[in-house]
Design a protein around this ligand. Structure first.
Ligand code: GLU
Length: 485
């Protein structure tokens, strides 16, 4: 069975680039009826950020990526599920000890007692001579006795792998094809650090093997390390998994996506009111496409269509306008009832008291105009409490204050006596017929009415707003405008 994985380090939030990596790994597994595993790589204790694990798992729940094995959320609690656990590396230290022993015994790894001072000096000399920097193998050939003596004296050590000094390491990448590396370019990677923790390079190989990972799908930045991993697989005599290294994600200025240039965490997009289904659709297209002009894919459609043959090598460009476009399209397609449900928590967040209003009608005002749920909430705030505006705003460009006051009063009178059903549709028929009948101009009546109801330079139309506000609030706001001007 195919098994892919995502292996975040708990150093903060889930980056959108990481979400893309995870999504591709997930879709690949699902397409092949396989499993998706989540492992936590927390061997770098200095970079640990409290709460990040929950944050990462919440982001997965938001986009509806279902984790089959590993660290998962169950009823909002973090648990570990599966037979190959633990799935958090700091809980697997005894496992790494067992496997490092095996490498030491096979003479594929060795103790290195070099001090920091020696390593710094070595590096300085290499740099001065314009040589490649890297460990020079000083401790590679210590005798058994020398090692035993140093250990007995409790000298500080790390354990390094014995990288072959010649030959080639070849790997087959699902995106890049065959990639070859000269072994001589690699120094002897530390596998166990002086604090007893494994390095990423050691833990990733041991875990991917023991957890039955068949496909390692990860970011391009790991490609240069992969030969070391392949050599480790060979040393253990384990089957080498398939690899896919995803190209970089960049912004339109060709920069790496970073906090300085905009929002990079998935949570930022949740807070802004992007819909998870639109977000996933957008993310899937960062490097993949279906090979034809279809643009809308649900998660289950992606699970059927995804294919690495259609994933490009070029960096993928994160285009916010495109994301906004997707989001707007998904908002437009949604029923107003569902849209109002999705907006509810955003109104609550802004302490908007919605109880006197039909939220379905309120959000419908902005459906088709707004890009995000947050925009809907912000752009409809004038419905819930009156905006403060300048009297001059009431005056349409071709009109003046006196005429505007007159027209507002006429509108007020007409609406007071309006006996039809108070809905946008009936108001539209009634008001437009009345304007015509009286020989008034549409702009002369509708502009001041719109401003009276919204207090805004730009808003939905006045009859739409009146339908949502109801008769009483509509009349009250027009009255205020008459008094104001
Ligand atoms: N822990 C690594 C990271 O956060 C995972 C790399 C890998 O997938 O092998 O990038």
């Amino acid at each position: 069975m195919i098994k892919s994985r995502f292996a975040p380090s708990p150093t903060g939030y889930l980056h959108i680039g990481s979400l893309r990596t995870a999504l591709f790994a997930y879709l690949f597994a699902k397409k092949k009826n396989g499993q998706f595993l989540l492992r936590i790589e927390d061997t770098d204790r200095e970079r640990f950020v409290e709460g990040s694990l929950k944050n990462i798992l919440d982001s997965f729940a938001w986009v509806n990526i279902v984790i089959d094995e590993g660290v998962i959320l169950e009823n909002d609690n973090i648990i570990q599920k599966g037979e190959n656990g633990p799935y958090i590396q700091s809980e697997r230290l005894d496992i790494y000890q067992k496997y490092i022993k095996e490498l030491l015994e096979k003479n594929n790894a060795y103790y290195c007692f070099c001090s920091k001072e020696r390593l710094d000096e070595m590096r300085a000399i290499q740099e001065a001579n314009k040589h490649a920097t890297g460990y020079d193998g000083y401790c590679r050939n210590l005798s058994k006795d020398e090692v035993a003596q140093k250990l007995a004296k409790n000298e500080k050590f790390v354990i390094r792998m014995k990288m072959p000094d010649n030959g080639l390491t070849v790997l087959e990448d699902m995106i890049r094809g065959k990639v070859e590396f000269k072994n001589e370019l690699f120094d002897d990677q530390v596998l166990i650090k002086s604090d007893g923790f494994p390095t990423y390079h050691f833990a990733v190989v041991v875990d991917d093997h023991l957890m039955g990972i068949t496909h390692v799908i990860r970011a391009e930045e790991w490609l240069p390390s992969t030969p070391k991993h392949v050599v480790l697989y060979h040393m253990f005599g384990w089957k080498v998994p398939q690899f896919a290294h995803l190209s970089l994600l960049i912004n339109e200025k060709k920069q790496k996506l970073s906090k300085r240039n905009g929002d990079v965490s998935v949570v930022d997009y949740v807070k802004k009111g992007y819909l998870p289904e639109a977000f996933v659709n957008f993310i899937a297209f960062l490097g993949w496409n279906p090979g034809d002009d279809r643009e809308f894919f649900s998660m289950s459609e992606l699970e059927k269509e995804f294919d690495f043959a259609k994933v490009g090598k070029a960096p993928a460009v994160f285009n916010l306008e495109k994301l906004n476009w997707y989001n707007k399209q998904y908002i437009m397609k949604m029923s107003a009832v569902e849209l109002s449900e999705r907006c509810r928590s955003f109104y609550a967040e802004k302490n908007v008291d919605i109880k006197d209003f039909d939220l379905t009608r309120v959000v419908a005002l902005e459906q088709g105009r707004a890009n995000t749920l947050l925009e809907i909430v912000e752009n409809t705030s004038f419905i819930f409490s009156e905006n403060i505006y300048e009297a001059d705003l009431l005056v349409w460009k071709k009109s003046d204050k006196i005429k505007t006051k007159e027209n507002l009063q006429l509108t007020l009178n007409f609406l007071q006596d309006f006996s039809g059903v108070w809905s946008r549709e009936e108001l539209e028929v009634g008001v437009l017929a009345w304007i015509k009948d009286k020989g008034l101009g549409n702009g002369d009546v509708l502009w001041p009415m719109r401003v009276a109801l919204s207090g805004l330079n730009n808003s939905p139309g006045p009859l739409e707003i009146a339908g949502v506000l109801g008769k009483e609030k509509t009349l009250a706001r027009i009255k205020i405008a008459v008094d104001k001007i």
